[in-house]
Design a protein. Structure first.
Length: 118
């Protein structure tokens, strides 16, 4: 099986559930705490190129998003998403799993199992 990397926030219950799901599949992932080790521009571009979801799905629409005055039209394209996440890594949706040349947002948690098995 290809190596699995998970972009993780230990304070997030969905992110912790994803880690449990991966471990339950017998996989020991590489864990990247993206708030401590934010992706640079090139890393964000690579991640978006692998992502099975639309680029805008990688951006959380939480109170911080609104506090920054952002709207959905600010994160429609991959380039816009890279700009926003480079400046505000805390807005990256989590968890994100990478295996080979594919990546998926692990929400809902069932997606994690399907991704690991697929």
């Amino acid at each position: 099986m290809a190596e699995v990397t998970i972009f993780h926030n230990p304070r997030c219950s969905k992110s912790r559930q994803a880690l449990d799901e991966v471990a339950g599949a017998g996989v020991e992932p590489t864990v990247v705490q993206y708030l401590k080790e934010p992706l640079d521009r090139a890393g964000l571009v690579r991640l978006l190129a692998m992502l099975e979801d639309a680029p805008g799905a990688l951006v959380r629409r939480d109170p911080r998003f609104k506090e920054l005055g952002l709207t959905a039209s600010d994160v429609e394209t991959a380039e816009q998403v890279v700009d926003v996440l480079e400046a505000h890594p805390e807005l990256m949706e989590r968890p994100v799993l990478v295996k080979g040349d594919r990546a998926v947002i692990g929400r809902p948690t069932e997606r994690v199992r399907l991704f690991i098995e697929g």
